[in-house]
Design a protein around this ligand. Sequence first.
Ligand SMILES: [Zn+2]
Length: 261
Amino acid sequence: MELGEKFSRLLKQDPIIKDVSIYLLLTAFVLLCACTSGSETNSIVIPPSGENSTENGNNNNGNVVQGCIERTPPTEVPVFDTGTTFPEWSSSEYVLPYAIGSTFFVNQGNNSGFGHSGFWKYGYDFTMNIGTEIFAARAGVVVHANDGTADGNPNGTNLITIQHSDGTVALYSHLTNNGVLVQVGDSIKQGSLIGLSGNTGNTGGLPHLHFSVHPCSGLPGLPNETNCPTSPVTFNNTEANPSGLGTWQCYTALAFEKDRS
Ligand SMILES: [Zn+2]
């Protein structure tokens, strides 16, 4: 039996092996890209390489699933981070960063491994098609706005950072090319349209929005970099999320009081 045929049979037989195998292939591909692009000097590394497994909203046909999909989480991926004290969700300053009434799948949440560990452990990845409208999770002022990277390019990330009144900063990354709809210095109201999701940077090939909150603005790859890891965050306009959003869970954005800031 040819090696290719053996591999193909293996994939058909065991969905776990399939997922792991594809992840290994993807990892190899990302590493290859990283090696061959070593001369890049303006690469923005937010979030880090390898942030996605193929355990995500991909329906195995290469299409991103909008909204919720039914599946059983693998045991090695924690659904919730129960070792952290999160801000009270019902009085959270944050709303989900997508349109009211829409539902998206969290393919990576807190401490879910891969790219969401250590520095990035409290980030969320929402699987969504390129071009999905992104709204400010909290009011603030735009600190960084990087655009111009083509979708599919792993060497740069189109992103927006918004600093809130308490100094914390929200990161919205992997936006599509020309998907940054705000400028540095703009004052942004909560719930305002700020960008369009995409597939730029280290997405693992999966279009999604990465959202995380940090205590300061000096994120890796951005000016004035400081040690500014992710902070736990909850959302007030969806179902109860006392331990943050769960990996492999779906969340619908509900109406909220728009003047909250
Ligand atoms: Zn992420």
